[in-house]
Design a protein around this ligand. Structure first.
Ligand SMILES: *Cc1c(COP(=O)(O)O)cnc(C)c1O
Length: 392
């Protein structure tokens, strides 16, 4: 009798609801058409927006850094694990984002959880969009502040909360995803910045899915809306469009220095291998040198969204390459995803708790590297399998 038997029972319950799944295994590179579990599929399930995961310049930079520096950094940043290329990358990111300074964390997840947990405390308030990323939610919990959630993108509701807590002592943090990871819609950032200004709240945006996607050369939502100087804390990831791994925070030099001293993942978890820092540096060069990648990604996005709409699929509120195909029931979404995979299209199903109950969906992301022919093939398969499964 194992003391972990309750986990076996919980797995059986998930199975009964059709929500148990296994990990798809990628055999080879993260390409627009790739082999998963032994099958060639059109890959609509990666965050490799610009194809940088396999870009020759990033690959060379990683190999070169490995030859020069080895494979590991050997320590956390605050002991002996700060290498010159880590510093160079942070300066590069700050320049790109047009902020005073930046700090890199091991992931976007730790950038959010480490930052919110560090700059906000028990006597403070966090005003947070209902669909913010799990790493923001975890950071908010770690801070022990009072958490006030406003309905998705509801600026009036956010204002009511800020008004209600205005007279209470404690700092206020207004926080939103820039692009929402499950729906692909864009935050009402200009209105939220105005609220932050009016009520003296700290403004923080998580641009994980906006970096490399929106704004000039992919500078993110702050640049997209022309809000430079209005957002106190900008988070981004190096794991999606940038193609490697990591997260970063941009803002004033005092914010960044404070995170060096109090950002727990920065203090207590080892820094990136040299190859990661070098790949990211090369990625920022590519963003500036090859803007046509971003244009191509948007062209593909428009083509694919128009195709889905013509076939009668409900793509929700998406305004970015993240394009959900709404299904509703979790089991049905999982079944549709499995049938599509068998037919040659990899589109991940997302169900509760990743998305709200009753809002299960497939999530598709087209990239700069898909060809129009591949997208046409994907649409044809989606039409056939969608009809067979009663989704259109
Ligand atoms: C993916 C994502 C993260 C986490 O980024 P990683 O670098 O993968 O840890 C954080 N926030 C949002 C909104 C994301 O979509």
């Amino acid at each position: 009798m194992s003391r972990l038997n309750y986990l076996t029972e919980e797995l059986a319950q998930l199975e009964a609801k059709g929500l148990r799944f296994h990990l798809r295994v990628l055999e080879g590179e993260q390409l627009p058409v790739a082999r998963f579990d032994g099958r060639r599929v059109i890959n609509l399930s990666s965050n490799n927006y610009l194809g940088l995961c396999t870009h020759p310049k990033l690959r060379e930079a990683a190999l070169d850094a490995t030859r020069r520096y080895g494979v590991g950094s050997g320590a956390v940043r605050t002991i002996s694990g700060t290498m010159d290329i880590h510093m160079e990358l942070e300066q590069r990111i700050a320049r790109f984002k047009r902020t005073e300074a930046s700090v890199v964390f091991q992931s976007g997840f730790t950038a959010n959880s480490g930052t919110v947990g560090a700059i906000i405390g028990r006597d403070d308030f966090i005003v947070s969009d209902a669909l913010n990323h799990a790493s923001i939610i975890d950071g908010a919990r770690l801070s022990r502040a009072t958490i006030k959630v406003f309905p998705h993108k509801d600026v009036n509701a956010a204002e009511s909360i800020l008004k209600e807590i205005a007279a209470r002592p404690g700092r206020k943090l207004l926080i939103t995803d820039g692009v929402f990871s499950m729906d692909g819609d864009i935050a009402p950032l200009p209105d939220l910045c105005a609220l932050a200004e009016k009520y003296g709240a700290i403004m923080m945006v998580d641009d994980a899915h906006a970096s490399g996607v929106l704004g000039k050369n992919g500078r993110g939502t702050v640049d997209h809306f022309g809000l430079h100087g209005k957002v106190d804390v900008q988070v981004g990831t190096l794991s999606k469009a940038i193609g490697a791994l990591g997260g970063y925070v941009c803002g004033s030099s005092d914010l960044i220095e404070f995170l060096h001293l109090r950002g727990r993942p920065f203090l207590f978890s080892t820094s990136h291998p040299p190859a990661v820092a070098a790949s990211c540096l090369a990625a920022f060069e590519v963003l500036e040198a090859e803007p046509e990648r971003i244009e191509k990604m948007w062209e593909n996005t428009r083509f694919f969204k128009a195709g889905l709409a013509k076939l009668g699929f409900d793509t929700g509120l998406s305004e970015t390459p993240i394009t959900p195909v709404m299904v509703g029931d979790g089991r049905k979404a999982m079944e549709l995803s499995r049938a599509l995979f068998e037919a040659g299209v990899f589109a991940t199903a997302l169900a509760f708790p990743t998305v709200p109950e009753g809002k299960a969906r497939l999530r598709t992301i087209v990239t700069a590297t898909h060809s129009q022919t591949e997208l046409e093939e994907a649409l044809a398969i989606l039409e056939r399998v969608g009809k067979e499964n009663g989704v259109v």
